[in-house]
Design a binder for this molecule. Structure first.
Ligand code: HEM
Length: 182
């Protein structure tokens, strides 16, 4: 995973739990490379990111899934702020979600050598409902859920979603059924 994602996680930890916890995590973690510092454009093993989240969970007594969800929700407005071009002239969250796979993550791969974003496909059910297909060997569908709530907040719209199938239960991909409300 790109260093920039590690940096977002570091910011979340400091913002929500304080810099002392981040220092404790660094002291306890057995990172595979000579890091920190994590440098934005560099690539680091996913296992280092997961190790940080597991230590954060141990130190805060919050479940890993909840922390990964919060990470997604925290991360979206930061991504949107850093890359406003991806939100220019985008009028709805559905339109935006449809651009993630074929525009945004394609640009991400050009911008960051070695980036390996997931596959995210959107299929219309009707004008207020879509199915989101997610697949990644990282199985970070809780991150997707947090990002989705971040996107809904950004557009000022209410959403609900449910997992129809999940990679973590052995499915080939996750399918989230998403409902948008006015
Ligand atoms: C401005 C918008 C966005 C930008 C700039 C962006 C950029 C990125 C970047 C840089 C990564 C790291 C890739 C790597 O290190 O290999 C990433 C990963 C990821 N992105 Fe996006 N992203 C955006 C929006 C979204 C949205 C809206 C979703 C889902 C609804 C999403 C889902 C994910 C997931 C789940 C990952 C984690 C990697 C994985 O699951 O394998 N992204 N994105």
């Amino acid at each position: 995973m790109k260093g920039v994602i590690f940096n977002f996680l570091e910011n979340l930890i400091v913002d929500k739990f304080g810099d002392k916890i981040l220092e404790e995590i660094y002291a306890a973690a057995h990172f595979s490379l000579d890091a920190p510092p994590f440098v934005g454009p560099e690539t680091y093993p996913d296992s280092d990111l997961f190790a940080m989240v597991i230590l954060l969970s141990e130190k805060t007594n919050l479940p890993v899934d909840d922390l990964v969800y919060e990470f997604g929700k925290y991360m979206f407005p930061v991504l949107a702020d850093r890359h406003p071009v991806f939100l220019d002239n985008v009028n709805s969250p559905i339109e935006f979600l449809k651009s993630v796979n074929d525009i945004i993550h394609i640009e991400v791969k050009k911008l960051f050598e070695g980036a390996n974003p997931p596959i995210i496909k959107i299929e219309d059910v009707n004008h207020r409902q879509v199915k989101l297909y997610y697949s990644s060997e990282r199985k970070l569908c809780k991150l997707v859920e947090g990002l989705l709530d971040g996107v809904a907040d950004y557009f000022g719209q209410k959403i609900s979603y449910s997992h129809q199938q999940c990679m973590r239960d052995g499915a080939r991909e996750c399918i989230l059924h998403i409902q948008f409300y006015d």
